[in-house]
Design a protein around this ligand. Sequence first.
Ligand SMILES: *Cc1c(COP(=O)(O)O)cnc(C)c1O
Length: 394
Amino acid sequence: MKVPDQQGHFGKYGGQYVPETLMALLEDLEKNFRQSWQDPAYKKAFKTLLREYAGRPTNLYEAQRLSRYFETLKVYLKREDMLHTGAHKINNTIGQVLLAKRMGKKRVIAETGAGQHGVATATVCALMDIRCEVYMGAEDIERQALNVDRMRLLGAKVVPVNSGSRTLKDSMNEAIRDWVTNVRDTFYVIGTVAGPHPYPWMVREFQAVIGQEARTQFLKKTGKLPDYLVACVGGGSNAMGLFHPFFNDKGVRMIGVEAAGRGIKTGQHSAALGAGAAGVLHGTKSKLLQTPDGQIVIAHSIAAGLDYPGVGPEHSYYQQIGRAEYVSVTDQEAISGVHLLSRTEGVIPALESAHAVSYLEKLAKKAKPGSSVILCLSGRGDKDMGTIKSGQSI
Ligand SMILES: *Cc1c(COP(=O)(O)O)cnc(C)c1O
């Protein structure tokens, strides 16, 4: 079965659970993306910017000291942390803002939690000379002052959101509201493989460059395919970007690492796949953190980029059909992951990516000796230095 289908379903997940006023917009967006994605001129512009502006291809680096530490694993890092703006998010914002320009839109809006997607969007909007407004929870604006300054420096307007928990999920609600009101001239750039169809599919297509490159690079280096793929999962875009191109390689096992926060039992975590149930949020059906009567529960993670109560529908589907496995790692374990990679390889990972690094400790205990792993190093840790320093004592 080809996923998503025409209505954007990944098995029983995905779809378009939106008010009728949004349907025409989504159909228009889908039509434009479908056409653009088949247009050599658009693809060339996308590929050129990825290469010359963002810094692709990223290296697939054999982490020998880290591998020696684990003994049983041979670890390769897909270095998305080396991209412009420091993470994989720019792959997607380049694709979407190019599409916005092509559709003749005059204004781009985005939602952001930690500010990483906001910065990646503001960056590409500056480059392409298009107005940019970013919705951000008032709570997040306080916590992530540096990224707010970055967005403003890049010429974007940061709009504080004071409703609900004043965090990411509320910013997404506000962005959707804005989009419905200003349909004609506005393009909404979603930051991960979530939201209504066509977003999960479109964002996956933009991020799949991660897995396409990694697959070719790994084959070239070793002459075979890896045993494992490991990536952290917030909304799920870096993980899906790595996983998707390996979907048909049955021998390659995929492991997504969610945030267990203060521990799954405390209820303060972001493990939508591990501990959530099916429901509808932000226009899509997927696994969600919710109360028994369907109210969304506030997520927690030390990594701001993982702090989302939902997850992309394609991951829920991969979990359901058993194509990928989803595990979780606590705040404390993620901090250990930061230290481990910093000390063994001289690479300071983002707290999000450190969840994936930390899971290798567990994988190393059960994997067959000599197993090879591609780990998606989704971003660099500079942005997290404050948290990492205070986290040493949590
Ligand atoms: C935003 C972010 C994530 C989480 O987003 P996904 O859509 O799950 O990839 C992971 N790592 C970094 C560095 C991020 O900035």
